[in-house]
Write a protein that binds this ligand. Structure first.
Ligand code: ZN
Length: 113
């Protein structure tokens, strides 16, 4: 099950988010570094107002996932999105550092951001 455990999840305030998404969906445009974004990230970047898309990316970059071996990577760099979420959950992921599937601690790099 290596493929599925690598995939980070999209977390947001789903209900509120959906209704707002529809309101804004017709007038949105986002210019970013699309070559480094995966399809989930591109989808949200395309349907969100640019300011939200930037907020989403900044938040996702600020959330780090750390393996017990010490290797860490941001949620965004792992191809995921973590936005308007709180808490410090754990994710079972394949670590690029040690090559093992381990429980990664998810934490905010900058707690004030
Ligand atoms: Zn590791």
């Amino acid at each position: 099950m290596r493929e599925t455990c690598c995939r980070a999840q999209v977390e947001c305030e789903a209900g509120r988010f959906e209704s707002r998404l529809l309101e804004h969906a017709t007038s949105l445009y986002f210019k970013g570094d699309e070559s480094r974004m995966n399809s989930i990230q591109k989808f949200f970047a395309a349907v969100l107002p640019a300011s939200w898309a930037r907020s989403m990316e900044a938040s996702s970059r600020n959330w780090m996932m750390r393996c017990p071996c010490g290797f860490e990577k941001s949620v965004w760099d792992a191809g995921g999105i973590r936005w308007k979420a709180s808490g410090t959950p754990r994710r079972y992921l394949l670590c690029e550092g040690c090559g093992e599937a381990t429980w990664h601690t998810v934490y905010k790099k900058n707690p004030d951001a």
